[in-house]
Write a protein that binds this ligand. Structure first.
Ligand SMILES: Nc1ncnc2c1ncn2[C@@H]1O[C@H](COP(=O)(O)OP(=O)(O)OP(=O)(O)O)[C@@H](O)[C@H]1O
Length: 263
């Protein structure tokens, strides 16, 4: 098997006596669309932070394309190709859509030569291409504050892509979206090139099962199961972990998740 892009070995994060992430091992191959799911408090967000470097591990090893990055700070991991969208928006609301993406594109290509007009034109071109990729070309001159919730999430994806990531981590990208917006988001994420590997934390299991090529279920900080979406849906242990959460029908009624209309 070829080397995984992201590899976690025995990763732990303890808060006092609480084992929020407990001995998690996981390999994510390049090009995967990998989802992390689990009931509230399972450790998903904490595990994300251990991958991005926003929080140090208590124990274990994080590797990117075979290189040990466990001790690297967040900005150095970002430079190696880890990019993320956050649960809470980090966009500049009074700036236009294009300005937000342009800023990220300029940061990516910043150097002591970045004031050279040719470089600036390159960043502008790249920003416009990214807006086209996420379907927001027509909204380039619109202030972010005037966008719908779903459109803002699309801008966030464009901003994250401007960093030219190898690994894109999406923390609840569909939170607060209407079904139509979720379907558009899934279509957008599906259309990303295989050179961008996705790891997504998402409560909306319709989105997860429409997008993911593999799924890890976390429960009480531990990996309950890693497998294909079908294996996860069929697992009695996963059904049990979701009992009482109001989401168990996605695993137990045999019909699978509601179909998301993805054009
Ligand atoms: N900074 C912290 N200090 C103490 N405990 C924390 C901290 N961050 C998270 N926890 C605890 O760790 C456990 C896992 O939390 P985490 O937010 O990672 O779960 P989650 O699966 O992302 O949950 P949700 O789906 O509700 O966002 C929870 O019990 C939480 O209360």
């Amino acid at each position: 098997m070829s080397q995984p892009l992201l590899s976690l070995s025995g990763v732990c994060r303890h808060f006092g006596a609480l084992k929020a992430v407990d001995d998690v091992s996981l390999d994510v191959p390049a090009g995967a669309r990998h989802a992390l799911i689990g009931p509230n408090g399972a450790g998903k967000s904490t595990l994300f932070k251990l991958i991005t470097g926003a929080m140090p591990v208590t124990a274990g090893r994080v590797a990117l394309a075979g290189a040990d990055i466990t001790r690297l700070p967040e900005h150095q991991r970002a430079r190696r190709g880890i990019s993320q969208t956050l649960q809470h928006s980090s966009l500049f609301l009074t700036q236009t859509v294009l300005q937000n993406v342009l800023l990220a594109a300029q940061r990516q290509h910043s150097s002591r030569h970045s004031l050279v007009p040719r470089r600036q034109a390159g960043a502008r071109e790249r920003a416009r291409a990214l807006l086209a990729d996420v379907g927001l070309e027509q909204r380039a001159s619109t202030p972010v504050a005037a966008l719908s919730h779903g459109e803002r999430r699309q801008v966030e994806v464009a901003v994250a892509l401007a960093c030219e990531p190898r690994l894109l981590l999406l923390d609840e990208p569909a939170a607060g979206m209407s079904p139509a917006e979720s379907a558009r988001l899934v279509a957008l994420l599906k259309s990303l090139p295989a050179s961008v590997t996705l790891v997504i934390v998402e409560h909306d299991l319709d989105v997860v099962f429409a997008l993911a090529t593999s799924v890890t279920v976390l429960h009480l900080g531990r990996v309950l199961l890693t497998g294909s979406p079908d294996e996860v849906r069929a697992s009695a242990a996963v059904q049990e972990a979701y009992l009482g959460t109001g989401r168990e029908s996605l695993f137990t009624d045999g019909s699978g998740p509601a179909h998301l209309e993805v054009s």
